[in-house]
Design a protein around this ligand. Structure first.
Ligand SMILES: Cc1cc2nc3c(=O)[nH]c(=O)nc-3n(C[C@H](O)[C@H](O)[C@H](O)COP(=O)(O)O)c2cc1C
Length: 149
């Protein structure tokens, strides 16, 4: 069974809920899903070759500048050790479009993963406000299609 790792950083639960919806879609498609909070993951685990896809999710905090969710910051800072070269990665997160950098954490993670040689699968998912189950499941389905193709 193909393995998928989903890692999320979430303060008020929105990105966690998003990650759970994504996990549900991949499980239904027959993937072996591991879902973890960023605080329980070390960077080298992200690029574990057993996984056909690593999904990284963080909400965005701050105002004048982009801040990743607290639990995700150590992971982001250690991403150079994540062995992401040639690994498939998808990025998601929750934010609020009234802020200057809407879902800036999603952009920052995607940029760093790309710089480290990861292949980004699909357009990143940026949730404005409360997580919408249909929107998230639709996105996850497309990402799963791309990985299975
Ligand atoms: C103090 C503060 C700063 C925030 N800064 C941003 C921001 O810069 N960009 C953004 O898109 N959302 C921002 N948000 C919105 C949160 O990212 C949003 O509420 C999100 O759903 C939280 O997700 P979580 O529950 O997974 O942590 C901010 C919210 C607060 C309270």
């Amino acid at each position: 069974m193909s393995k998928v790792l989903i890692v999320y950083g979430s303060t008020t639960g929105n990105t966690e809920t998003t990650a759970e919806y994504i996990a549900g879609v991949f499980s239904e498609r027959g993937f072996d899903v591991t879902l973890k909070s960023a605080e329980d993951v070390s960077a080298p685990e992200l690029g574990n070759g057993d996984n056909v896809l690593t999904l990284l999710g963080s909400s965005t905090w701050g105002d004048d500048e982009i801040e990743l969710q607290d639990d995700f910051i150590p992971l982001y800072e250690d991403m150079d050790n994540a062995n992401l070269k040639d690994r498939k990665v998808s990025v998601f997160g929750c934010g609020d479009s009234s802020y200057t950098y809407f879902c800036g954490a999603v952009d920052a993670i995607e940029e760093k993963a790309e710089k480290l040689g990861a292949t980004i699968v699909g357009d990143s998912l940026k949730i404005d406000g409360d997580p919408d189950r249909d929107e998230i499941c639709d996105w996850a389905g497309k990402v799963a299609d791309a990985v299975q193709a």
